[in-house]
Design a protein around this ligand. Structure first.
Ligand SMILES: *[C@@H]1O[C@H](CO)[C@@H](O)[C@H](O)[C@H]1NC(C)=O
Length: 505
């Protein structure tokens, strides 16, 4: 009660706590004081009234005790458990059956295991043209098949390889995982949950992002996933039996997974959904007419040096050239935010160490990507259509060089010099695109509709991962079980691997 100033009132005017009479107040100060006391009483009254409203009008008799603070915490717990006591209900003649709940212990059949998961969407007549939500991560296999036909080519290829050329047995799994340094995670998917058996941090946040994306695909599955175990490598190239980011055409033993960028690349771009929202905003703001009619590229010459030098030297001196190496000291050579790449119509796309990480981001713009036949494949690059005669052309390849030519001088990553002709016919290609804006627009529109709105959507990445798990399960020649020593993904994101020092990894 001291909090209401009650004791203070008492000490000062010496009157009863009942009703101080205004008539006894003779001097101004006392009148004022008594006035304050009245206000306090009015406040106390209002608060008491509110308590009565809260616990009296809406509570039952037990709650009134609570309102007066007379029940201890332990008493309250007893009170609640008493309410939930089925025996009490029983005594009152209330049985589970009476309130419509089936009794599982007594002949009632509870669905078991796989039966808990849906099988298919239940939607009829699904086709490529059925409207779909590109952000829906929960698509079932029949929806994935209908909306993204042709997306799963790499999975089929890996299944074929591990069916006809190499058996994926337990020994091969160990061989795949124990290659010294290239394995970043050994994962188990069991009953639609993700577990880790091994984890090694990759360069920057790649390994976290890749696992987060896989986890997303696992927990958004409405269908039962197969139990599988495999390893993941996060280097710039895939290796022996593992899931990886890309592969050269002759690296046949690699399983391709969606790039970690589908989750987030916080060091450069941010989350995929943020990037998509940002590019959509820029596109809406400028439209096709508002774009610069030049070939754009900004980047580092430290990776993919030869390919990038080759493009630079050919583009040099042309009106349409806006290709520059980033130079932090030069105002016109600063990095350009990814979404602002949408402000140029044409984009030179050389490769990096292996593949170049900007592809999936550029494809989120309505632009024409000018590149060469890919030397490194990612899970969706087989969907490129570089055919000038096709109404569906969605990318431009520089045609191979013709006749004799000495090429331009370039350097590989180790500084060795050689001559390269990859980009030799770039001027011819740019002249063709710049001469016919309808043509350029058509390719950019196809790029947008086919990739941005379909084959590189968040929904497509989820479909691809789940299909890959199914594909892998077809060739996996071992039964997957949990030993108890695995770390659940949920705990991993909070504290790292079981037994590992959470502050030292
Ligand atoms: C420009 O490209 C469009 C679309 O491919 C084509 O229909 C048209 O004939 C081209 N115009 C010229 C002048 O070549």
């Amino acid at each position: 009660m001291a909090i209401f100033g009650y004791s203070l009132v008492r000490a000062h005017d010496g009157s009863s706590v009942g009703l101080p009479s205004p008539s006894t107040a003779t001097d101004g100060a006392k009148r004022l004081f008594v006035g304050r006391a009245r206000t306090r009483w009015a406040i106390i009254g209002m608060i008491s009234f509110c308590f009565i409203l809260l616990f009296g009008a809406w509570g039952n008799s037990d709650d009134d005790f609570e309102a007066t603070g007379l029940l201890s915490a332990a008493q309250k717990v007893g009170q609640y458990t008493g309410r939930l006591n089925p025996t009490k209900w029983h005594n009152k003649g209330v049985l589970y059956g009476d309130i419509g709940l089936p009794s599982f212990s007594n002949g009632g059949r509870r669905p078991q295991g796989d039966d808990l998961w849906v099988k298919g969407s239940g939607r009829k007549h699904l086709s490529y043209h059925t409207p779909f939500n590109p952000d829906d991560l929960t698509m079932t296999e029949d929806e994935c098949d209908a909306f993204f036909p042709g997306l799963y080519k790499e999975i089929d290829r890996s299944v074929e390889f591990f069916t006809t050329k190499q058996e994926y047995n337990k020994e091969y799994l160990e061989y795949s995982c124990d290659d010294g340094i290239w394995t970043h995670a050994r994962v188990v998917i069991y009953n639609n949950r993700l577990y880790l058996k091994y984890y090694q941090q990759s360069d920057f946040t790649r390994s976290q992002a890749a696992l987060a994306l896989l986890h997303m695909a696992v927990v958004t599955s409405r269908e039962k996933l197969p139990n599988v175990e495999f390893c993941i490598g996060m280097m710039d190239w895939g290796s022996r039996g593992k899931f990886g980011l890309d592969r050269a055409p002759d690296l046949e033993d690699v399983w391709m997974m969606p790039d970690y960028g589908w989750f987030s690349w916080p060091e450069h771009v941010g989350s995929y959904q943020e990037l998509r929202a940002n590019t959509a905003r820029v596109e809406k703001e400028i439209g096709w007419e508002g774009k610069v009619n030049k070939l754009f590229w900004r980047g580092s010459m430290k990776v993919g040096t030869a390919d990038r030098e080759s493009m630079f030297k050919i583009a040099d001196g042309h009106d349409w050239n806006d290709v520059k190496a980033i130079d932090w000291g030069a105002p016109d050579r600063q990095p350009v935010p990814m979404e602002d790449h949408c402000r140029w119509k044409f984009h030179g796309f050389p490769e990096g160490n292996t593949y170049s990480g900007r592809l999936r981001y550029l494809q989120n713009c309505r632009v024409v990507i000018v590149t060469h036949e890919p030397r490194w494949l990612q899970h969706w690059t087989h969907l490129y259509n570089a055919d000038w005669d096709s109404p569906d052309q969605n990318i431009v390849f520089i045609p191979p060089p013709e006749g004799e030519g000495e090429g331009v001088l370039v350097h590989d990553g180790d500084g060795r010099e050689f001559r390269d002709r990859t980009w030799e016919r770039l001027p011819e290609v740019m002249d063709r695109l710049l001469a016919n804006d309808t043509l350029a627009r058509k390719i950019a529109d196809n790029q947008w509709n086919f990739f941005r709105e379909r084959y590189i959507t968040p929904a497509s990445a989820m479909c691809y991962w789940r299909k890959a798990l199914w594909g892998f399960s077809k060739v996996q020649r071992y039964t997957v079980d949990l030993s108890g020593s695995e770390t659940s993904y949920e705990s991993f994101v909070l504290k790292g691997m079981k037994g590992a020092d959470p502050f030292n990894h």
